[in-house]
Design a protein around this ligand. Structure first.
Ligand SMILES: [Zn+2]
Length: 511
């Protein structure tokens, strides 16, 4: 278990006016992670003012003879300046580091990953480059999911800030909250589907938010969904013996009466495809088909921890999509909450079905100031953008600008995709219903899914009212998992873009 210590007073020595020791804070840590710019064969430590000249020279001497230069190079020195281990991470040339937050995030992760296997227990992190980024990197790089392994070891590592910067401790603590929030989403997505059913998901999130201020979690059941005519949602859940849940989180950090900002997350805790069964190859990954719900829950955790001055309503429809004798069959027709009838041509296009009712519910009942939904929705999204960007479809330039800015800050970025009724054409050609849920299938599949969802956002389904609610649909199918570990990116379910969501809401709350 990683303990996060953000409160250690690390500058007692230097602030008290006593002559600087070899490393300030030497009394707290047995090991350090330091950053260094490298240029023309010399390395310059970013925390140089917190390190005695003698030790600084010694470190530079070591680095010079070890061919230390490329960004991401790590060298570990032992028994130096009273520290058991010091990992130094190259940031590359100073002139080439434009995004200090990302550089700190990555360097912190690489340094910690170098020290951890060697038994370091109390690790100080150089936060002089960017304390927020260092805080994120420290927490994100420590994520692991081994609680189901019989030989799992309880880790007891304390990580804290080293070096002195303005607002350093606060930024470091906030960065840790961002990182921990993404780890919440990773944990929810990584948990096997038999241990993260709709019911267990709702319980886990309620537990995580319990005790935090200004937040209320309401968990609805099937009977409630039926009373609200959420037949599109019910049609997906009916194939499974696991009961559905509809979770609503109200966060009230803003002024009373201020409209809330809406977040909706697709929560299919396992997607077998239903009667339109998926191929068995890689089907295990479909435990992550609740990534939308997981990132929304993770973001709410961060928003509550930071106590942002804003109102947010988050909603996650949770169910399994399974084949069985009670499952919805291709060709079945259901009437969604907003009264539109849908012909289910493909039971594996279930995400848009459950989101249809969730989007209508939030947009019609809670009149949000803005509305964003997140979903691991289409394979076509992965084909289009891979795992670098999440695709955003939106009717609002302002919303897009805010999301783009947030994604750049967190280095978990977005790319704008087209929202156009041209993609609806084939979906409107059902001979028995208002819409079918398939369209052209793979061809432009991410775009037609987005156009389908728009038909269920209150006010956007009618031409004359199309600008009413600023709405964005984010397809996160491509960024759902990481193929390998690289710095703070850990192999497995990614929990992206949780930090970007928090940053986006924080941007709104500071306006
Ligand atoms: Zn599906």
């Amino acid at each position: 278990m990683l303990r996060l210590s953000g409160t250690i007073k690390q500058n007692a020595v230097t602030n008290s006016g006593i002559t600087k020791r070899l490393f300030s804070n030497i009394q707290c840590y047995d090991s350090l992670v330091l950053g260094a710019y490298t240029e023309n064969g010399t390395a310059t430590l970013t925390a140089s003012k917190d390190i005695s000249k003698k030790v600084h020279n010694l470190i530079e001497e070591h680095l010079r003879v070890s061919n230390f230069k490329k960004a991401g190079d790590v060298r570990t020195l032992y028994n130096i300046g009273g520290m058991k281990q010091v990992a130094i991470v190259s940031l590359g040339k100073k002139s080439e580091v434009q995004d200090t937050q990302e550089a700190a995030r990555r360097a912190t992760a690489l340094g910690l990953q170098a020290l951890k296997p060697q038994g370091a227990k109390h690790i100080g992190i150089d936060i002089s480059l960017n304390a927020h980024g260092a805080g994120e990197g420290a927490v994100l790089s420590q994520f692991s999911f081994d609680k189901l392994k019989s030989d799992a070891k309880e880790e007891d590592i304390v990580v804290g800030p080293f070096s002195e910067t303005e607002n350093g401790e606060l930024d470091w603590a906030n960065g840790q909250i961002y990182g921990a929030s993404q780890n919440v989403a990773r944990m929810l997505m990584t948990s096997p589907a038999n241990l993260m059913t709709p019911k267990l998901f709702a319980e886990e999130v309620a537990y995580l938010l319990a005790g935090l201020e200004n937040v209320e979690v309401i968990v609805r059941d099937e009977e409630w969904a039926a009373r609200h005519n959420m037949n599109a949602f019910l049609s997906v859940a009916r194939g499974s013996v696991e009961p559905l849940r509809f979770m609503e989180i109200h966060y009230k950090g803003g002024k009373k009466g201020d409209k809330p900002h809406g977040l909706v997350g697709k929560g299919v805790t396992f997607d077998a495809g239903g009667i339109s069964l998926k191929p068995s190859n890689n089907m295990a990954l479909m435990k992550g088909d609740m990534g939308g719900a997981a990132t929304v829950a993770g973001a709410l955790y961060g928003i509550c921890k930071l106590q942002l001055p804003i109102n947010v309503i988050a909603v996650t429809p949770l169910c399994e999509n399974m084949p069985s004798g009670t499952a919805t069959k291709p060709g079945d027709v259901v009437k969604a909450m907003n009264g539109k009838s849908i012909e289910v041509l493909d039971t594996d296009a279930e995400g848009r079905m459950i989101l249809a009712d969730a989007l209508y519910y939030v947009s019609s009942k809670h009149s949000p100031a803005s509305l964003i939904d997140l979903a691991t929705l289409t394979g076509a999204m992965d084909v289009a953008l891979g795992d670098v960007f999440a695709g955003v479809f939106t009717n609002s330039d302002k919303l897009w600008n805010n999301l783009e800015k947030a994604g750049k800050t967190t280095s978990d970025p977005f790319w704008r995709m087209p929202l156009n009724d041209g993609y609806l054409k084939e979906m409107k050609e059902s001979s028995v219903a208002d819409l079918n849920n398939l369209g052209k299938g793979r061809s432009g599949g991410a775009c037609s899914a987005a156009s389908f969802l728009k038909e269920f956002v209150y006010g956007l389904d009618k031409k004359e009212e199309q600008e009413k609610i600023p709405w964005a649909h984010i397809d996160i199918a491509g960024v759902m998992d990481s193929q390998g570990t690289d710095g703070y990116h850990i192999k497995g379910m990614s929990g992206r873009p949780t930090r970007s969501l928090i940053e986006y809401i924080r941007g709104l709350s500071s306006n």
